[in-house]
Structures are given as C-alpha cells and as structure tokens.
Design a protein around this ligand. Structure first.
Ligand SMILES: Nc1ncnc2c1ncn2[C@@H]1O[C@H](COP(=O)(O)OP(=O)(O)OP(=O)(O)O)[C@@H](O)[C@H]1O
Length: 258
C-alpha cells in the first residue's frame, strides 16, 4: 500500500497534511506513533479510505482508493475505530456477521461460506463462548475482540486499528497485541495501527512511523529509528533508551521544555 504526495485539510483550512509519502509494506505490522494531534488518526483514516485526500493518491494493489467504491475498498481493508457503539440488543455473532456485507449483494442471504468465515473470525479471536451474548454486556477487552472479529469477517488484506488498546488494563492490552501478532504471523494480514505506548510499538511492530505536526518525520524499524534525541524532539520527554535481550526499551524520566 502506497500513499503518494498526499494533501489533506479539515473544513478547507490550510493543509494539515502536505506532500506526505508513505509505503506500507505488505505482511508487516506498522505502527504510527506521535503526540496528541500529530495526525496519526488522520493518516489512518486517509489510508483506509474513510477520509478523502485533497490531492495525491493512495494505492492498494496498484488501485487508486479514490476511484474505488466503498464496498470494494471494504473487501480489501477493514478498520477498527477508537470508539465503537452498537445497539443494546445485538449479539456477538450477529454483529460479526455484518463484516460479510461488503461481499454480498442486496438482500443476499448468508451462505455456507459466509458462515465459515464468521466461525473462523470468532475462533481467531477466542470468542466461541460469547457468540450468543449481547455485545454491550461484555467487558472492554472482550468487546474490542468482537470489533476486531467483525473486521476479520471482511477478510481484509489490511487491518487498520486506531488505538486498539486504549481504555484496557495491561492484561487486555497485551492480549489484543498478541492477537494482532497472531493475525499477522498466522494469517498474513498486514496490520497498520496507532498506539501511544512506545514500548508496545517497539515490541509488536516491524515498522514504525513517527508523526509530528501532520508530517512523517521518521519511518523504519525500531532498532534503526528509536533513540533518545528523536523521542525528546517528538514528545518533549527525556529518558533512557536501552537494550535488553536485543530488544529496545524507552524509560521516560522527565518532561523537558525545549
Ligand atoms: N473531524 C475533524 N475536524 C477538524 N479538525 C480535526 C478533525 N479531526 C482531527 N482534527 C484536527 O486534526 C489534527 C490531527 O488530529 P488527529 O486526530 O489526526 O491526531 P492524533 O495524532 O490521532 O491525535 P490523538 O493522539 O490525540 O488521537 C488535530 O489538530 C485535530 O484537532
């Protein structure tokens, strides 16, 4: 997936994103990092086709996303948003089945292969025992798995996750990130996610994109790009960047006003 020379603004204001180029490698987990308001969610929503670029192009499998119908985009990419709401009475299985809609004609009934994909999505996300429960009765972590499962039922090539661990305790954060790892490694799904936790981004991503003021200021593997000066510049936080068992870690020590 490639973004070329992207320009974008909100409500006709001056360009928030200007001349942005990005290459999302197939089969990788890519994480977008950056401070509040740096443009992470904006970039994500442009890449997944929810927001439209003002100029430039976003290509998936060499097709320009701007020229594609929503339904065709939804056969290739699926997105789990930061906040999701659903009617009170909808069951887990019923909600996940909506993930099949892009693959169906108007009034077309669920087929055997749809049912198989729904079963697969439920199994992948460990929701077998919850399939008849109401989504709104579940905990935050379980509910997040349901939204990921619905996205999986779309059978996407690329899965976009906007802050998938927000509001979850540490157990459920790691549970979601391990699920992301499994979806990538076992099922070959390309993942693009926005995270706030630098150490989780380092651990669970092949590639990290760092944003500041609507621009990508670094893009590469954690090993190659994460260092104290960069984090100080981007987040205005000083700390120690260290390695342990070949993994890189950031331990913040103080905020600094430069
Ligand atoms: N729908 C919108 N209309 C107008 N301005 C918006 C809209 N959405 C975002 N913005 C503005 O665009 C800028 C980037 O926002 P964005 O949500 O992409 O940043 P972010 O890095 O994801 O932030 P956060 O970490 O706080 O979620 C911010 O200044 C924000 O106020």
């Amino acid at each position: 997936m490639v973004g070329k020379n992207i320009e974008f603004s909100y409500d006709g204001n001056k360009e928030f994103i200007k001349g942005l180029n990005v290459n999302i490698q197939k089969g990788n987990v890519t994480t977008i990092l950056g401070p509040n308001g740096s443009g992470k969610s904006t970039l994500l929503s442009l890449l997944c086709g929810i927001s439209k670029v003002k100029s430039g192009e976003i290509l998936i499998d060499d097709l320009n996303i701007s020229n594609m119908k929503y339904k065709d985009i939804a056969k290739k990419v699926a997105t789990v948003h930061q906040q999701n709401s659903v009617p009170n009475d909808i069951s887990v299985e019923n909600l996940i089945s909506y993930g099949r809609l892009p693959h169906k004609g108007f009034f077309e009934k669920e087929t055997k292969s749809d049912a198989e994909v729904i079963d697969w999505a439920i199994k992948c996300t460990g929701l077998e025992e919850y399939r008849d429960k109401q989504v709104m009765s579940l905990s935050g972590g379980e509910r997040q798995r349901v939204f990921i499962s619905m996205a999986l039922a779309q059978k996407p090539e690329v899965l976009f996750l906007d802050e998938p661990t927000t509001y979850l305790d540490i157990y459920h954060q790691i549970e979601i990130l391990e699920l992301v790892k499994k979806l990538n490694e076992e099922y070959g799904i390309t993942i693009v996610m926005v995270l706030h936790d630098i150490n989780q981004a380092i651990k669970y991503s092949h590639n990290i994109i760092i944003m500041k003021n609507g621009r990508i200021i670094k893009n590469g593997s954690a090993k190659n790009i994460i260092n104290r000066e960069l984090l100080k510049d981007v987040y205005k936080v000083d700390g120690v960047v260290s390695t342990l068992d070949k993994d890189t870690y950031f331990i913040p020590t103080r905020v600094c006003n430069m």
